[in-house]
Every structure is written in structure tokens, then in C-alpha cells.
Design a protein around this ligand. Structure first.
Ligand code: PGA
Length: 258
């Protein structure tokens, strides 16, 4: 029987391949998006032994970049989806539409969606559920604000976001969690490695998704700090914003994986 788990080794113990995911956010037009894709593809073979690569371009570029990526081994994802299958939702995109143009992953509940669009855990849960129904792997994002960390609430916030955002039916084989402290995103600041390790261990335990679950760290990950973050026991990859817009940096992060 074919084992559909992206990271199981079929021997009954956890063997999580690192996942290095580029979240391009609202950046890129056709020419520079394609140029970036070609550069990532050119370096993909050299990092294939270390990590799986994923790029998440803006909606406008997904189809064209999907065509360019065909056969490259670099996976395609989107940055958001709607919870409903279709209908009167102007400006929104359904998960099945993303699957139709070649996506395997979709980011849901990114802190910028939670902040800019007021998305709640319940909405994130519904989006992740829609992703699963469409055969996509949701990358469910959680993370505390600076005020929450400063007041000692990090673990409670993460616990509550996990409880609210992980849909029924999620497993280690069909879902990914990304821990992204809001105050670390795009700021150049990161938590200390013990702080990251503490939250990732909590995510593994509280998610209930077990030893095979891939848990990504996101927030100012770059080539210079990638090794120390990716070497932590429960850090199974990165969700990279700014550094994913430069192929050399994105690939260097993957190369740094132990
Ligand atoms: P950053 O963004 O790498 O630019 O901090 C990460 C993210 O928001 O996913």
C-alpha cells in the first residue's frame, strides 16, 4: 500500500522531513515572480536531500508559477482560502480552486490575516477544514503578540489558538502547524532558541497530532539563524517571509537544515 504521509518512513517511527516554505505575501508581478521561481528551481536539486521546498505566491501568480514548477519537485501553495466551496463571496478564492491550479498547500490563519481581516480561530478552523476537504494541506498559523509574551501569556495563547484552529480530521499526514510569534514577523527579532523549543514542544503535545506532525517556525528566519532554529528537536522547517523573496537566501535556509 502506498504511504501518503509526506514524511513517514514506513518503519513506524517519526521521520520528519524539513519543509522550507516561502510566503511571498503581497509581492511579485509576473516577471519577477517567474524569475524568482526559476532561481529557486535551479537550486532545488542541491537541497533536495535536506528539505522539501514550497513557494506560496500571491493568487495572481499561482497558475503561471504552477506551470513553471511542473516536475521540479518544488511544491506550490497559496496564502489563504475561503471556508466555503463556492458562491457569493466577492474577492475570495475557494480551496478547490487552488487545488485545481496545482496547489498542494494553503496557509491559513496567518497573523496578517488575523490582524488585517479580523480572522478568528473559528474562521481559521473552517478554512483549514475546507482545505482538507479539497485535498490541500493547510499550514495553520498561530503565535502570540509582543504584549502577550511580555505578560507571560505565550503558552496559554498558543494552547487556545491550537484548540480553536485545528479542525476535526486533521492529522500529521494532512496538516502542518506554523508557530509565528507576531512580534518576530518582519522585525529581524526572534525568540531565543529555548523559547522556540518550549513552544514547539507544547504545540506537538497540545495539538494531539503526534510525533509525525511537521511544526514550522516563522518570524525573521534567515540564513544566519536558520541552523540554530532548524536544529531544535521539534522545529521541522520554516515559514519564510522576507528572505523567501531572494532565492539565494531561501535556498541557503534550506541548505542550513541539519
Ligand atoms: P518574515 O515573515 O520571515 O518576513 O518575518 C514570516 C511570515 O510572516 O510568514
Amino acid at each position: 500500500m502506498v504511504n501518503l504521509s509526506p514524511h513517514a518512513n514506513g518503519k513506524g517511527f517519526a521521520m520528519r522531513r524539513k519543509l522550507i516554505a516561502g510566503n511571498w505575501k503581497m509581492n511579485g508581478q509576473r516577471a519577477d515572480g517567474l524569475a524568482l521561481t526559476r532561481e529557486v528551481m535551479a537550486g532545488a536539486k542541491a537541497v533536495a536531500a535536506k528539505a522539501d521546498l514550497l513557494v506560496c505566491p500571491p493568487f495572481t501568480l499561482i497558475s503561471e508559477i504552477g506551470a513553471a514548477l511542473a516536475g521540479s519537485g518544488v511544491a506550490l501553495g497559496a496564502q489563504d482560502c475561503h471556508a466555503k466551496v463556492s458562491g457569493a463571496h466577492t474577492g475570495d478564492v475557494a480551496a478547490a480552486m487552488l487545488a485545481d491550479v496545482g496547489c498542494r498547500y494553503v496557509i491559513v490563519g496567518h497573523s496578517e490575516r488575523r490582524t488585517d481581516h479580523g480572522e478568528t480561530d473559528a474562521q481559521v478552523n473552517a478554512k483549514a477544514k475546507a482545505a482538507l476537504a479539497a485535498g490541500l494541506i493547510p499550514i495553520i498559523c498561530i503565535g502570540e503578540t509582543e504584549a502577550e509574551r511580555d505578560s507571560g501569556k505565550t503558552l496559554a495563547v498558543v494552547r487556545s489558538q491550537l484548540k480553536g484552529s485545528i479542525p476535526e480530521g486533521a492529522t500529521a499526514a494532512n496538516a502542518v502547524i506554523a508557530y509565528e510569534p507576531v512580534w518576530a514577523i518582519g522585525t529581524g527579532r526572534t525568540p531565543t532558541t529555548p523559547e522556540v523549543a518550549e513552544v514547539h514542544a507544547l504545540v506537538r503535545k497540545e495539538s494531539g497530532l503526534g510525533p509525525d506532525l511537521r511544526i514550522l517556525y516563522g518570524g525573521s528566519m534567515k540564513p544566519s539563524n536558520a541552523l540554530e532554529l532548524l536544529a531544535l528537536a521539534d522545529v521541522d522547517g520554516g515559514l519564510i517571509g522576507g528572505a523567501s523573496l531572494k532565492a539565494a537566501d531561501f535556498l541557503a535556509i534550506a541548505k542550513a537544515a541539519p
